[in-house]
Design a binder for this molecule. Structure first.
Ligand SMILES: C[S@@+](CC[C@H](N)C(=O)[O-])C[C@H]1O[C@@H](n2cnc3c(N)ncnc32)[C@H](O)[C@@H]1O
Length: 274
């Protein structure tokens, strides 16, 4: 399963929750240090090339993704995957029907590792380095924008992101998002009982990641209503919004009571450009 990039992070040393503020209040140096943190974290994709190659060979979408995306994937879409990371999901998309996948990520290391994997497997996946948004592709050229699994928390401005999603989709094209639930930063990782971290707020604008792989990076918090409103304000029609008890990623050595099925840990959203 894809790594969370801190999206599943909840435990660890407390840090002060910032008051909720405008979308542009992230200092430039925080954005730059987050990018450096991702460049360092992406070295793992190179070190673990052989394991990821094996994963890519048998990669499948999550059952909930397969269920919601089945009709879209049957039409053999051209897929854009913003913040594609190691790109293992792109092989799952190709196997499930995607004609081609273009992954965009601002880490040259992640892009290089994903392209090498795709080339070795002869997959129709290409990768390009880009700081997003904007998405460096023409208007209306894609049938599906597929993203999430630790993507939105790195973006300060969801309206700018959603406007780009609409621009690159053809009329009738879809956005699919499978993402960490915005409540996740509040869950402590105690094994005995699900607890809310005292140092976090659902309505904070951001917090500092205190776990691997993006330790020290600034994560933006977007309440579920902000995600839905950004998508609909941009002009997309909301088709599905589903909350799930399972996180999309669990560190191997952590067993948290917050994942026992009673709390939301991820969500899926399907929307369509009219
Ligand atoms: C959790 S990871 C990968 C998520 C990916 N969907 C997956 O399943 O592998 C998040 C990725 O977002 C990338 N990223 C973060 N902010 C970005 C930005 N503003 N522009 C481009 N890439 C960004 C990072 O380099 C990282 O590879």
């Amino acid at each position: 399963m894809t790594e969370g990039g801190g999206a599943a992070a909840a435990a660890g040393p407390p840090g002060a929750a910032a008051p909720r503020a405008g979308a542009t209040d992230e200092p430039d140096d925080a954005a730059a240090s987050t990018r450096r943190a991702w460049e360092r974290a992406s070295a793992k994709h190179v070190r673990e090339h052989d394991e990821l190659l094996q994963e890519a060979r048998r990669a499948r979408l999550l059952p909930v993704e397969e269920a919601l995306l089945a009709p879209v994937l049957r039409a053999r879409p051209r897929v854009l995957h913003p913040q594609s990371g190691h790109g293992v999901d792109d092989h799952a998309l190709a196997r499930a029907g995607a004609r081609e996948v273009l992954g965009l990520d601002y880490s040259p290391t992640a892009v290089g590792a994903a392209q090498r994997r795709a080339d070795e497997l002869g997959a129709s996946c290409r990768y390009r380095v880009a700081e997003l948004p904007p998405f460096p592709v023409p208007d209306g050229g894609h049938d599906l924008v597929y993203t999430g699994k630790g993507a939105l928390i790195w973006l300060p401005d969801l309206d700018g992101w959603a406007a780009e999603v609409v621009r690159v989709l053809r009329p009738g094209g879809h956005l699919f998002l499978h993402e960490a639930h915005p409540l996740v930063p509040l869950w402590a990782w105690d094994p005995d009982e699900a607890r809310v971290r005292p140092d976090r707020s659902y309505f904070a604008a951001h917090h500092v990641n205190d776990t691997f792989p993006a330790l020290g990076a600034v994560e933006h918090q977007h309440p579920l209503s902000d995600v839905v409103m950004a998508v609909t304000r941009a002009g997309l029609a909301l088709l599905e919004l589903v909350e799930h008890p399972d996180p999309f990623w669990r560190p191997a050595d952590v067993r948290a009571a917050a994942w026992d099925g009673r709390l939301p840990n991820s969500f899926s959203l399907l929307a369509r450009r009219p």
